[in-house]
Design a binder for this molecule. Structure first.
Ligand SMILES: Nc1ncnc2c1ncn2[C@@H]1O[C@H](COP(=O)(O)OP(=O)(O)O)[C@@H](O)[C@H]1O
Ligand SMILES: [Mg+2]
Length: 460
């Protein structure tokens, strides 16, 4: 049952008046000294009465103010970021006046609790995102102190906890970006600079961040590892430089020789000799252009692989037939050695031919006249291996790992003289991959080279 404090106070005051009245009547005749108001007796009675009323008022006022005290304590806890225990408030609910206040207080605490939870989970979500993002992030306060730095930033920039100010970090990274300049950048603008940390290329973006009232609160630094894109960019630039160079060389000699012929005064033999050079250079250019087209087709995934089951030995023999003339020009002997019954291979016909032609023409080109080129074929672990072994000039160990790179040649001048473009093996590698094959080259300088490939026998 609810009791009203207002009613209790009114009842109490009436009761007090009645008590005082009754005590006065009872005591007046016998105890109270009417002649001398300030007599010792009177004062003792007064003190006793005051004491009783004091104790009663303390008990009542405590009962009345206890919930207020509890709410006050609770609010203090909330302001310290803690949540008070609401259950003990129930003890005070029997006062009508407090009932609503306690309910309001309880529902306010519920809202605070929910908001705190939301805020905490939002915060931890943000923290998880920051910690797990690949980019580095450092936030600085207006006083240039680090207020947040994620793991990626520490790792990428090789920073420790002691590097905790903007100036220290900029000094370590050798960056020269004025803090104030970033801080007062117009809205949504940033400064991006490129930097290097050893082998790693970095893009660093500086931007200010603002409060809800749009006051600048500090700046953030976003660090991104751009090594891969820088590398790709360099490869592209190098490729264009190589292509231009490779085209310029034959063009220069074609122009030179044709001008000489046009100037006249040449014997028939000389004209024939120069025309032959022009023809050779034109052929080289045409080979280069067709290699480039092949590469571009593969780069743009336009290469169509028409895979089918092919007789391995037939394919090898057909290619041998195609390079026979070139081999005879250098008096090479080509042998095909099949290990028992060779299973068929499941590959694209024109690319397997191109692969073998490129490998065989290399052996023909880079083997001194009268060499021996052997082609082995046989089964290996559900696949078919094809091995081309020559006894030519070989490839130095240090060049072996780069041999599949575009335009990579051990000896540029020699390769060019042989009509090479430096693209042959890079095309081979991509074609082998496209046919689910593997390739490995082993070589000994001045002894010979061994190219081992494997191909699938069925659709994998
Ligand atoms: N069988 C081989 N013997 C010796 N060197 C080889 C052989 N095959 C390839 N090379 C070396 O590898 C380089 C790259 O080969 P490739 O990509 O076919 O280019 P290219 O034949 O046009 O020069 C060649 O320039 C040559 O130096
Ligand atoms: Mg070649």
């Amino acid at each position: 049952m609810k009791v009203s404090m207002k009613k209790i106070v009114r009842a109490m005051s009436i009761i007090m008046v009645v008590i005082v009245y009754i005590t006065t009547i009872i005591l007046s005749s016998s105890v109270i000294d009417t002649d001398n108001i300030f007599s010792k007796n009177n004062i003792i009675i007064l003190v006793v009465l005051i004491l009783i009323s004091y104790i009663v008022s303390v008990i009542i006022s405590n009962k009345f103010t206890a919930p207020l005290k509890r709410i006050e304590k609770g609010m203090k806890l909330v302001s310290e970021g803690k949540l008070p225990d609401i259950t003990r408030m129930k003890e005070h609910e029997d006062f009508e006046e407090y009932h609503e206040l306690i309910e309001a207080y309880a529902s306010m605490l519920k809202v605070v609790k929910k908001n705190t939870f939301d805020l905490n989970s939002q915060q931890s979500k943000t923290e998880i995102i920051l910690e797990h993002m690949a980019d580095g992030m450092i936030a600085f306060s207006t006083s240039k102190q680090v207020v947040h730095m994620n793991k990626a930033a520490m790792r990428m920039l090789n920073l420790t906890e002691s590097e905790d100010t903007y100036d220290k970090i900029c000094e370590k990274l050798n960056l020269n970006v004025a803090f104030d300049k970033v801080m007062y950048l117009p809205n949504y603008q940033s400064i991006e600079i490129k930097a290097e940390m050893g082998e790693i290329a970095l893009s660093i973006v500086f931007a200010p961040f603002f409060s809800d009232e749009l006051n600048p609160m500090g700046i953030i630094m976003i660090v991104r590892n751009i090594t891969d894109s820088v590398k790709t960019d360099n490869v592209r630039k190098e490729f264009i430089a190589n292509v231009s160079h490779e085209l310029k060389t034959p063009l220069t000699s074609i122009r030179g020789y044709s001008e000489t012929i046009m100037n006249g005064d040449l014997t028939y033999q000389e004209i024939m000799r120069f025309s032959k050079v022009i023809n050779q250079e034109a052929n080289r250019m045409s080979k280069l252009v067709s290699d480039l087209l092949q590469i571009s087709r593969m780069d743009y995934n336009k290469q169509v692989w028409n895979k089918a089951t092919l007789n391995t030995v037939d394919v090898i023999n057909k290619v041998c037939e195609k390079v026979k003339y070139e081999a005879e020009q250098k008096s090479h002997k080509i042998e095909v050695i099949a290990a028992g019954k060779v299973p068929s291979i499941y590959v694209d016909k024109s690319s397997i031919e191109q692969i073998l032609i490129n490998i065989l023409t290399n052996s023909i080109k880079y083997t001194p006249d009268g060499g021996l080129i052997r082609i082995y074929a046989g089964p290996v672990e559900n696949r078919v291996y094809i091995k081309v072994i020559d006894n030519g000039i070989g490839i130095p160990q240090k060049d072996l790992e780069r041999i599949f790179e575009r335009f990579y040649r051990v000896d540029k001048a020699r390769s060019r003289k042989m009509g090479g473009t430096g693209l042959g093996l890079s095309i081979v590698k991509e074609m082998v991959d496209g046919n689910n094959g593997t390739i490995n080259i082993e070589s000994k300088l001045n002894e010979g080279t061994e190219v081992t490939m494997t191909f699938p026998t069925t659709k994998e």
